[in-house]
Ligand binder design. Structure first.
Ligand code: DAH
Length: 382
């Protein structure tokens, strides 16, 4: 007869008639409690909610007022015990109830080890006597692992890429550590030329820089693929800028480049207008203003009518009604030549935009630093 059966009977039914017999019964009971507890520990339970549920189940089994093992002992052993045995039973019973080695399941389970070994054991069937082992409860909640999300700058980048991919462009990339030849010379920015100063360059040595823009990949791609060429080039760029709310020494650009026969400024305007409408909504208008870049001729700055206030003036467009999007222009014939493409046969357009700035405008974020500080409270919002 197991102890679980014994607690359903009176001492008289069990034939226990002296203090020694009582002691032996309680010893058996204590041993069983300890075994159950040890078994629970060996099963392990790696996460807190699961541990709490196991712990509660065990406590209920033993300590529940109605039907718990101890209340059965009270009902069947203590209450009906004869005068001579009652003091012995009472003493043993109280000891068991208070006993620190006996029934402090809760404390013990809290201290349960969480090593991977234990977690692994969880996957195995119980090694001990299967008739007594409770079946594993498959309805217990699983482990909750918090999910990350895509960084807002990455998300912006992908959104822009998507639009150009649909137009038949391909994605190209190039090195972040770049030669002065690709970063400057091949883009029509000779060493002596003052426009080199427009890029606050981080030099590694006299001929090597951290690329200040994604434009050098224009040349690399022309060399690699020749014409016709339709690519966008997303990537990190670096400049010797002090970090503030609009500057970061590392930032992201996307370069666009289209080279083919008979490419005109109208193609550039049409493509960028389509792009702006896809990104900001059908309603927006684009504005092209003349500008200067050494690698494009003519060059332009593109702005889009504010998608928040529709050009009325608001915080996002700084009351101007317009949001500056990018620099662009027709690829300079010398740049085509530097890339090994014949400017008499081919022409092209190019643009360069700041992805971080796009993400700031899109989400009304006023400090670029927030993107790179890794503060979960900020990143969780996206
Ligand atoms: N590379 C320029 C910059 O970083 C941006 C740019 C302007 C790229 C005009 C272009 C372009 O391709 O045509 O400031």
């Amino acid at each position: 007869m197991t102890i679980y059966d014994k607690i359903k009977r009176t001492l008289q039914e069990l034939g226990v008639s002296d203090a020694q017999g009582v002691e032996a019964l309680f010893a058996e009971l204590r041993k069983t409690a300890e075994q159950e507890r040890a078994e629970l520990v060996s099963r392990g339970a790696p996460d807190q909610p699961q541990r709490e549920r196991f712990c509660k189940a065990l406590r209920d089994r033993w300590l529940a007022r109605k039907g718990g093992f101890l209340s059965q002992v009270d009902q069947n052993w203590l209450k009906p015990a004869g005068k001579e045995l009652k003091p012995a039973v009472g003493r043993q019973f109280n000891e068991l109830r208070r006993s620190s080695s006996g029934l402090e399941f809760e404390k013990l389970i809290e201290a349960m080890p969480l090593e991977p070994e234990v977690a692994k054991q969880m996957e195995l069937p119980l090694a001990s006597d299967s008739s007594r082992a409770a079946p594993r409860d498959l309805t217990l909640p699983g482990l909750h692992r918090p999910l990350g999300s895509i960084h807002p700058v990455t998300r912006m980048q992908r959104e822009i890429e998507e639009i150009f991919l649909r137009l038949g462009f391909r994605i190209e990339s190039g090195p972040e550590i770049e030669s002065t030849y690709y970063n400057f010379d091949a883009l029509n920015i000779p060493e002596s030329h003052p426009s080199r100063d427009d890029w606050d360059t981080l030099y590694i040595d006299a001929k090597t820089v951290l690329r200040t823009h994604t434009s050098p990949v224009q040349i690399r791609a022309m060399e690699k693929y020749g014409a016709p060429l339709y690519i966008i080039i997303p990537g990190k760029c670096y400049r010797h800028d002090n970090p503030d709310s609009t500057h970061s020494p590392m930032f992201h650009q996307i370069e666009g480049l289209a080279i083919d026969e008979d490419i005109t400024f109208a193609d550039l305007k049409g493509t960028l207008d389509f792009f702006a409408k896809m990104l900001f909504g059908e309603k927006v208008r684009t504005r092209f203003q003349p500008s200067f870049f050494p690698f494009t001729e003519p060059s332009g700055e593109v702005a889009v009518s504010c998608f928040v206030c529709d050009g009325q003036g608001c915080r996002v467009c700084k009351e101007s009604g317009w949001i500056e999007l990018m620099g662009c222009g027709m690829v300079h014939p010398q740049v085509l030549r530097n890339g090994g493409i014949d400017p008499d046969k081919y022409s092209g357009w190019a643009f360069g935009l700041g992805v971080d700035r796009f993400a700031m405008v899109r989400h009304d974020i006023n400090d670029i630093q927030l993107f790179f500080q890794g503060d979960v409270r900020f990143l969780e919002q996206f």
